[in-house]
Design a protein around this ligand. Structure first.
Ligand code: FES
Length: 166
């Protein structure tokens, strides 16, 4: 049996029940959400398993993961700090901000700190263009927005997370 279906049978059935049989491929987003919950990212096996449930190619599932900033195809830290450095934010100093944060945390964009607490990522527009530098944080607690940030305020936030981990 499909391992994902085996583990989350009822939940997956409930999701699929919301879509007409001929539109079941539209359930790809909630199924990715279920899969990602397991390890904080979508594994290669998940792509195959979701593809099998929805009768679509794993590459189609992978293209959704690649498109949305809320899905990840690699392991990350407990917190994902996603800095928008799209053009409007770049005009308000987002690139320098990102560079400063990375320098303080000793990572490059896309990398996770040595203690595994935070992954810093550069992402496209998060719809707060006039409040850059800004980022969103993804964690098990959900998503939060942080606008008009400085490198110092961001490092202080990360220090707070680190204290919680101790
Ligand atoms: S360009 Fe950064 S939030 Fe829109």
């Amino acid at each position: 049996m499909n391992p994902l279906r085996e583990r989350y049978g009822q939940e997956i059935d409930d999701i699929l029940a919301k879509y007409p049989q001929e539109q079941k491929r539209s359930a790809v987003m909630p199924l990715l959400y279920v899969a990602q919950r397991e390890h904080g990212y979508v594994t290669r096996e998940h792509l195959d398993q979701i593809g099998e449930v929805l009768s679509i190619a794993p590459t189609e599932v992978a293209s959704i993961v690649g498109f949305y900033t809320l899905y990840h195809d690699t392991p990350g830290g407990k917190y994902r700090l996603q800095v928008c450095n799209d053009l409007p934010c770049a005009l308000r100093g987002a690139d320098q901000f990102l560079e400063g944060v990375c320098e303080h945390l000793n990572v490059r964009p896309g990398e996770t700190t040595e203690d595994g607490v935070v992954t810093v990522e550069a992402v496209m527009c998060l719809a707060a263009c006039d409040k850059a530098p800004m980022f969103q944080v993804q964690s098990r607690e959900g998503i939060s927005y942080h606008e008009n940030q400085t490198v110092q305020s961001t490092v202080a936030l990360v220090d707070g997370w680190r204290k919680e981990e101790m």
